[in-house]
Ligand binder design. Structure first.
Ligand code: GUN
Length: 278
């Protein structure tokens, strides 16, 4: 089975639009997402224009604030502080990666946790790790929704994650733990990665190595979620060798058309949640 991220994300976006229409009957306010985009890195430009388009479609106001690559850290921090104070702004997202002169840690720490639609602020990270309510990073949240579209009850399943980043691997592990999975995180220093993957009932590849996972890395009936977006020649491929793996496993997400659209839908869902909480 191929998990269709486009269809799943469309369902979620429809729900968001409906809920927002309902809320907006009683409030004059509408949610607003402010995105800061620094430099002209093409993938970031593409993600951001997609986010903007999809936000508008569900009725979320969206603004993109663009800066040149050479902008100072202070100017960005001042902008975030003014967006924090702006009562019209529901959500703030600073598109990563950042230029060298800007500290990711300082940026993330400056965003008001209540407007942190990425869920990267340490308060939200801590809430997730403690099993408390909070904003959950969009990509792992989207992955869980895709996994649950195949298998509702994940209790006792062995989930293996390749990658330990703050954006994907670590929050993914927390969400799978919350679903009562047994979780293994693999990374560049892990031993015997292939055999560890073979034990997985759920395999999440979020490492950024094109076509790393091949059919002899997965067991039959595994659910495979491919978070990778890698350029290979003029093609975009995931971390999983899709054509090789698809016929062996229970379910798999394609790249593109799998996790990517769900990430954006979850960003909109997080923006709606911030709006409701306010
Ligand atoms: N760059 C790539 N993915 C993401 C994301 O989920 N959030 C932000 N802010 N930047 C990204």
């Amino acid at each position: 089975m191929i998990i269709n991220g486009k269809i799943q994300s469309e369902k979620l976006r429809k729900q968001i639009k409906k809920e927002l229409l309902e809320i907006c009957k009683t409030t004059k306010d509408v949610p607003k997402l402010s995105v800061i985009l620094i430099g002209d890195y093409l993938p970031s430009q593409m993600y951001v224009s997609n986010k903007e388009k999809k936000a508008k479609e569900v009725g979320i106001k969206s603004e993109v604030i663009r800066y040149p690559e050479t902008i100072s850290e202070k100017e960005i921090l001042d902008k975030i502080k003014s967006l924090n104070k702006d009562s019209e702004v529901t959500g703030i997202l600073v598109q990563l990666p950042l230029p060298k002169q800007i500290s990711q840690k300082k940026i993330i720490n400056t965003i008001d946790p209540k407007k942190d639609v990425d869920g990267f602020n340490p308060l939200n990270v801590g809430n997730l790790a403690s099993g408390y309510e909070g904003i959950v990073p969009c990509t792992p949240l989207g992955c869980i929704k895709l996994i649950k579209s195949v298998e509702e009850n994940l209790t006792g399943l062995h989930a293996v994650i390749i990658g330990r980043s703050n954006l994907n691997g670590k929050p993914m592990a927390q969400l799978l733990l919350k679903e009562n999975c047994t979780v293994t995180i693999l990374h560049s220093k892990s031993r015997d990665i292939k055999n560890e993957c073979k034990r997985a009932d759920i395999l999440v590849a979020a490492v950024g190595i094109a076509n790393l996972v091949q059919s002899d890395w997965v067991k039959k009936d595994c659910i495979v979620i491919d978070v990778g977006i890698n350029k290979l020649g003029d093609q975009i491929v995931g971390d999983v060798k899709f054509d090789d793996v698809k016929s062996k496993v229970k379910a798999i997400t394609p790249v593109p058309g799998g996790v990517g659209p769900m990430t954006i839908a979850c960003l909109l869902s997080n923006t709606l949640e911030c709006f409701k909480a306010r």
